[in-house]
Design a protein around this ligand. Structure first.
Ligand code: PLP
Length: 229
């Protein structure tokens, strides 16, 4: 338990430090998304007891089990994993946020299948480092995709998400995050949108992400330790 507390304090300290160094305005704070994939509900509960409310999951069946068993009704669940199109209904039913929308078809289905009372918060995943194997919209195709996605009635388009190519170099890390931020600003202008979310930065590069304007950082290992399976 003290381990949990230490890691939680340490991450929050890193966030605060990075935020102060960035000179960012306090009006756009950073939300810590605790990535609990492959970790037990007990561990989730331990962070919940320390005040954590946003949790991210990548594997749908594992996530649904935990969501259904959890008694913490004010947890905000974020889906951040790869999406198969036949799973969109369950995702729309169980999550308040979906960060990994990477195809128009997925957006269409999520909107059609969402039955909640407000709208489903989504981020569009961008393949910012243009890696052939990685999912996400390319920077070239995102504008035409947006034309359709912004018409979908049950989605609240919050912003962009990316998992850049890993690097140990702060400058390299910052470059990809900078590109994502510029892309969002450009799309906001072009389509007169108010996207307000940059979901970027993980355990190893959260400082660079925050310095480039991340509003949600997705942290797994640095909070939970190595994944259990
Ligand atoms: C697993 C995962 C994370 C967390 O990564 P860590 O390096 O463990 O912090 C963040 N984002 C996505 C999309 C993930 O799948």
């Amino acid at each position: 338990m003290s381990n949990t507390r230490n890691r939680f304090d340490h991450i929050n300290h890193r966030i605060q430090q990075a935020f102060n160094n960035s000179g960012r305005s306090l009006s756009k704070p950073v939300t810590l998304l605790a990535v609990s994939k492959h970790h037990s509900l007990e561990k989730i509960q331990a962070f919940y007891d320390l005040g954590q409310r946003d949790f991210g999951e990548s594997y749908l069946q594992e996530a649904i089990k935990k969501i259904n068993q959890s008694t913490c009704s004010d947890i905000i669940w974020h889906f951040i994993g790869p999406i198969q199109s036949n799973k969109t209904k369950e995702i729309a039913q169980h999550f308040q946020w979906v960060h990994s929308v990477d195809r128009i078809k997925i957006a269409r289905r999520l909107s059609a299948q969402y039955t909640g009372t407000s709208k489903l918060n989504i981020c569009l995943q961008i393949n910012i480092s243009q890696e052939p194997q990685k999912s996400g919209f390319s920077t070239n195709e995102i504008a035409s995709a947006l034309e359709e996605i912004i018409q979908l009635p049950n989605l609240n388009l919050r912003g962009l998400m990316s998992i850049p190519k890993p690097s140990n170099d702060f400058t390299q890390q910052s470059l990809a995050f900078h590109q994502l931020r510029e892309l969002m600003e450009q799309l906001n202008k072009q389509f007169a949108l108010n996207m307000d979310t940059l979901s970027m930065g993980m355990s190893g590069d959260l400082e660079a992400a925050i310095s480039e304007g991340a509003t949600i950082i997705r942290v797994g290992t640095a909070l939970f330790g190595p994944r259990e399976s």
